[in-house]
Design a protein. Structure first.
Length: 310
C-alpha cells in the first residue's frame, strides 16, 4: 500500500485516565508486576492531528510545557505510527501535531493517549481499515495503558493492565485534578514500591499473589454513587509516590479538608485526583485549591476513548 497523493488532515482525540482502584502484585521474573485496575477515562483529552508525509515526524503544542519531550523514534506516538505502517504494509509516513492537555509523567496516561490517538488517526488517514481488535493488539505492544486510551469509558484491567473487560458505570463522577510541576517515572515508582514492601515486611499487607478489583468498587460504579466510591478507591502505588514526592501529602490533606469526598494519587503520580459529590462541590473545591496557589482542573468521568473528531 502506498500513500495517497493528496490526503486531508485527520483529527483524533483521546482521553487521560484515572485508576480508581489499583492493586499491584509482587514483581515477576520478567521484572513486571501483575496488576488489577478499575480504570475510568476522564474529560481531559490529548488532540492529535495527522497529515500524510514521506517521513515520520511529531511536534507538540498546547498549554503544557513540552520542551523536554522527545521527537525522535523513541516517542511513543511515532512508535505507534511506525507499528501501524509495518503491520499494514503502508509505505509512506505521517506528520503528527499533538496538543497536550494531560499532565506529562503525571500518572494519567497522557503518552498512552497520544499513542492510541495516533493509531486511530493514521488508520483513518492511510485508509488501512484495521479492525478495532487489531488496533487493540497493536496498542498492547506499545504499553499497558494504550489499550484503555483506545477503549475509554470504564474498564477492569488485569495482567499488566492491558487485558481489559468493560465495566458498567451509571451517570458521571466529578473530579478536581491537581497536577504537579514535577513528573515521576513510572518504573521508578514501581521500584520504590518494591523497596517499600521490603522495608515494611510484617507491618503491611503482603503483595497479592493474584490481584483483583474489589467487587464493592464495581458496585459503586454501577450505582453511580460517589459516596460509595469514595469509601473504596485505593492505589497501591500511592505510598511509593508519596515517599518520592512528600509534598503531595499536604495536597491530599488540603483537598480532603476542603470538601473532597476522597483524594488519591493518580496512577504512578504525581497528579492528585479528588472525588467530589457533584459539579457544585467540584467548583467549590477548585476555587479553594486555586486560592492556595494550586493549578486545579475540573473533569468528569467516564469519557469516550480515542475517536475521530469531525
Amino acid at each position: 500500500m502506498s500513500p495517497a497523493l493528496s490526503a486531508p488532515t485527520v483529527h483524533v482525540r483521546a482521553p487521560g485516565k484515572l485508576n480508581l482502584y489499583f492493586r499491584v502484585g509482587s514483581v515477576m521474573d520478567d521484572g513486571y508486576h501483575e496488576v488489577a485496575s478499575a480504570y475510568q477515562a476522564v474529560s481531559l483529552f490529548e488532540d492529535v492531528w495527522a497529515r500524510a508525509d514521506p517521513n515520520f515526524t511529531v511536534e507538540f503544542g498546547g498549554p503544557i510545557d513540552t520542551s523536554e519531550l522527545e521527537v525522535d523514534d523513541s516517542n511513543l506516538a511515532l512508535r505507534a505510527a511506525r507499528l501501524l505502517a509495518a503491520h499494514t504494509g503502508y509505505t509512506g509516513g505521517v506528520r503528527l501535531r499533538i496538543e497536550k492537555n494531560v499532565p506529562i509523567a503525571g500518572g494519567m496516561g497522557g503518552g498512552s493517549a497520544d499513542a492510541a490517538a495516533t493509531l486511530v488517526a493514521c488508520d483513518a488517514l492511510w485508509q488501512t481499515r484495521v479492525s478495532r481488535e487489531e488496533l487493540h493488539e497493536l496498542a498492547a505492544q506499545l504499553g499497558a495503558d494504550v489499550p484503555f486510551a483506545l477503549m475509554g469509558g470504564t474498564a477492569v484491567g488485569t495482567g499488566r493492565g492491558d487485558e481489559l473487560s468493560p465495566a458498567l458505570a451509571q451517570g458521571n463522577f466529578h473530579w478536581v485534578l491537581v497536577p504537579s510541576d514535577r513528573g515521576l517515572s513510572t518504573p521508578a515508582v514501581y521500584r520504590e514500591l518494591d523497596q517499600h514492601r521490603i522495608r515494611h515486611t510484617g507491618a503491611i499487607t503482603p503483595a497479592p499473589v493474584k490481584p483483583v478489583v474489589d467487587s464493592f468498587v464495581l458496585q459503586s460504579l454501577r450505582a453511580g454513587n460517589p459516596e460509595m466510591l469514595a469509601d473504596c478507591i485505593q492505589n497501591d502505588l500511592q505510598a511509593a509516590a508519596l515517599q518520592m514526592a512528600p509534598e503531595l501529602v499536604d495536597t491530599l490533606e488540603l483537598g480532603e479538608g476542603n470538601g473532597a469526598l476522597a483524594g488519591i494519587v493518580s496512577g504512578s503520580g504525581p497528579t492528585v485526583a479528588f472525588l467530589t459529590a457533584d459539579s457544585e462541590s467540584a467548583i467549590d473545591l477548585q476555587v479553594a485549591l486555586s486560592l492556595r496557589g494550586h493549578h486545579a482542573l475540573r473533569v468528569t468521568s467516564p469519557a469516550p476513548g480515542a475517536r475521530v473528531v469531525l
